[in-house]
Design a protein around this ligand. Sequence first.
Ligand code: KIV
Length: 278
Amino acid sequence: MPNSSISGAPAPLSASRIRTHHLQQVKDNGGRFAMLTAYEQYTAQIFDEAGIEVLLVGDSASNNVFGNETSLPVTLDELIPLCRAVTRGARRALVVADLPFGSYEVSPAQAIESSVRLMKEAGAHAVKMEGGAFYADYVRAMVQAGIPVMAHIGFTPQSEHALGGYRVQGRGDDAVRLVEDAVALQNAGAFAVLMELVPAATAAAVERAVTVPTIGIGAGNATTGQVLVWQDMAGLRGGKMARFVKQYADLRTVLAGAAAAYAEEVRSGAFPGPEHSF
Ligand code: KIV
């Protein structure tokens, strides 16, 4: 029986540091956990203190930090300092770092070398890697080297040109392939399977087919965990949001208001006042 809190939802994990086996415990107890991206120390601290179980230093930093149009240009050298800041800021959350495009595809050895850099130089607790059953041998080699691996299937943004843009994956007959991918990656040792842009019914079939926790983004409500990019979740990013995004705050308006009020007071001479002067 899941350990229930007053709200009826399973009680949050009591661990002082979330480990991969705690996420497994959540699934085994019929619970759910939350994951957000983070790319620097303050959001890492805030989300950690808010009880977010997993922080992802995503290659989405490419679009959300470095201003690129896609996730493809970001490099390992660019992600490492962001990840280091997140691991310094987070006391409790499991910190997962993305293997960026070009840092693992060549061979299992390249995947291990890049993962070791993320864990050794940036303090990541685990890595996330995009790709299906083809990468099972890579995952097996990485896990043998002591690297916890989160698999990422469905829509894989690093392959957006090969997939023909942002499109839902795993529809119709393709659902079977997605389940097979998830099972192959789990059997190779992945501790969790993340699914992006997948029909809710397909994601539910994957969640049932594997014993490890699944995590969804645009994958319905049946997965063990959910993940969102924090700038989307908190309304910092402007522009059109994907259908799967729910905005829990409007930080863009809050920050724009603060910046405009500051500029106004500087121009009028109201800031700095005597209380801000020496
Ligand atoms: O890089 C990222 O933010 C991700 C999420 C979309 C899951 O991979």
